[in-house]
Design a protein around this ligand. Sequence first.
Ligand code: HT7
Ligand code: ZN
Length: 878
Amino acid sequence: NHVIYRADYQAPAYWIETVELCFDLDPVKTRVLNRMKVRRNPEVAAQPLRLDGEELNLARVLVNGQGTSFKLDGNQLVLENLPEGHEPFELEIFTTCAPAKNTKLMGLYTSNDSFFTQCEAEGFRRITYFLDRPDVMASYTVTLRADKKKYPVLLSNGNLVDQGELEDGRHFAKWVDPHRKPSYLFALVAGQLVAREQRITARNGREHLLQIFVRPGDLDKTEHAMNSLMASIAWDEARFGLPLDLERFMIVATSDFNMGAMENKGLNIFNTKLLLASQATATDMDFLNIESVVGHEYFHNWTGNRITCRDWFQLSLKEGLTVFRDQEFSMDLAGSPSARAVKRIEDVRVLRTAQFPEDAGPMAHPVRPDQYLEINNFYTVTIYEKGAEVVRMMQTLVGREGFAAGMKLYFERHDGQAVTCDDFAQAIADANPGSQLAALLPQFKRWYSQAGTPRVKASGHWDAATGSYTLTLAQSCAPTPGQPDKDPFVIPVALGLVGADGQETASRLHVLTQASETLSFTGLAAEPVPSILRGFSAPVILDIEYTDAQLLALLAHDSDPFNRWEAGQRLGLARALGFIAQEGLAPAALQLDAPYVEAMRSVLRHPQLDAAFKDLALTLPSETYIAEQLPVVDPQRVHAVREAMRLQLALALREDWEWAYEAHKDNGAYQPDPVSVGRRALAGLALTHLCVAAVHQGDTVWPGKALQRFKDASNMTDRFNALSALVISGHPLAANALQRFHAMFRHEPLVLDKWFALQAGAPDRGGNILPLVRQLVQHPDFSLRNPNRARSVITTYCNANPGGFHRADAAGYVFWSDKVIELDAMNPQVAARLARAMDRWRKLAEPLRSAAREAIARVAARPELSNDVREVVTRALA
Ligand code: HT7
Ligand code: ZN
């Protein structure tokens, strides 16, 4: 229960060379025999061996076959009388644990009568006593014994070397992992599972068996995941020269899982939500997420597993790099430049709506943090998404080929090791000696050490007499907890100058290193419009005072699709902020100006733009993003203004939405390719606007069409979009459709999650959502124990429904505190994530701010809180 500091890192005093684990699996009492070959680390002063263990019953400890004295010190087993010298000795530990009681879902647990493990970050210590830290890499041999009828499939990492029958209807399987690994990559699975199998031959001629294990009824939903896995294997070989290093690569799905998926060596374990898909049950978004997460976990096989983290402060070494790799994978699969841009825009949206607030709030931390109380709290958008942006900037600075060369050097130097973020950055720089990255490496690495989102203020000056344009870029970064002052970052700024006629007059990458720098452009015929931070070339906030005319020009002409989209967002954002600030303006009375509406119409009707881009461009900035731009937030007003703006767009573009719907709602064979996905998304957006307009006008035609679409749809995307249109518009037909939807899919847990989330996230009308959420948590299909289900209702309501959550009567906050406390007793990780819904409470307008503080203090006052939740609420109140 104490803070851990990066600066305190010390190499382990002992190495564990081999581990032989033998499990007698039983839900109530599983016996674990752990036989290790251990030796002292000659580089560290002699000291007792301290092994981590949590919620274990210790039965026996033997050293070289003999009983030995030991102490239990908190959660550690301490062995003092160990053999002298540096020869390996055998340490045997026998413990039991209770998987069925394990509601934390860390360590060994049961779910639907099967056994699963989750060991990252510190779950292995809940299975046996161990040096549970990533820099201790060992060779594992695992024997699983269990009742054959109940658990016919017995899996662990590596290769199956033996299996057979035992007495009393039990059987066994023995697995040997040919690769050394840290304990967090250990996994076992046992249960009644079936597999989709695929044999492949890699480029180098090696044969591999790919298997995806699921519950028997789910086999028909594994084709997409298998295709994604094969695509991932091919991509990593082609782009980075990294082949599959295993004879057998297995993925298993479980419906009880704290996060999305886990990259255990050769035995990935996935949340069913990110593995199972059929056109009848999964949306396009699900298909895309599965592709990227299957890729992500597979890519960890090299970036994370072959080269792992020295300590958990280096988490972004594997996560930032692997997110970067999965983003590139999805972009490469998407194909066309426009589809790549759509993916980039989606990734940036996540960064700006989730990571920027994190970086501005009480949990702000550097990409490589300096301290933590609970490591599980640091699986964050900063470590993952901002970490990926840092890697992306490296690629921008050294070029794509230079980056591939850097990766090659990284593996040449560090394969099989546990290393640091410094080692990675050094390898990329050393492989590119003439690059700006190499020249600026110490300064560049401030991205790892300084928290907070830098701001770049851009101001242009046009001198008509000389035909020259100067652009001044000035950077700053606000204080974050523990870091009052920041030094300048290295900021790659991709920029261009766009003429009024749309012609591009300049395009370059400027690397900003000073607090302020001025760039000059000469020989220009007319004042240009600057297009700055193209492709979102750095994770910064760009402050620039554009006129509407400049933004309209960029929206119409910018050759950079990201900034084209960004111009439309800035136009919408400026209007939203203007309406919010206008005191006395009732949202119902607001009027969108004709130039903006016409610009949106032009995008929607544009003959060349892709539907997917149109969908993004016509979607207003989210409430969360709008709120982040305000010093003091009244979420109700933000919600009301955004809703009113959407209604205006719905009414003003009504005929255009009708056209868009009819032109894009094709019913061809279902394919989750970028073009079809974009068409369905735009049709869905159009249908929502048409229903919103219809409800306002008291017209029933479009809600009726939406209901028909809901009934006739041949895939979940169209069906769910139609249902959402009814729910979002608040049309009375929504109730009937929701009921039917539930009846149709009552045996499909992942679809029921959607049903719950749609309702918990629906626009609030007169405070109706909280009572509905209270009903939903009483629904027979609701369960707090299942993380997916708990998140679908509670996290959706508290995190993704600001209008419904931030109630004047503070009842939303009371609900939040009740649920955080209730959840914390069973699953601290899930509870702590929910606790983060209050991160930005200091920005709230009174009386919400005081009410929020009171609710957080109520949670913090509980004496029995987990470290997970305690860290979040303590930081929030600090
Ligand atoms: N590396 C994995 C992280 C993860 C995890 C961490 C803590 C607790 C449960 C967890 N499940 C998965 C997933 C990834 O980033 O690939
Ligand atoms: Zn990962």
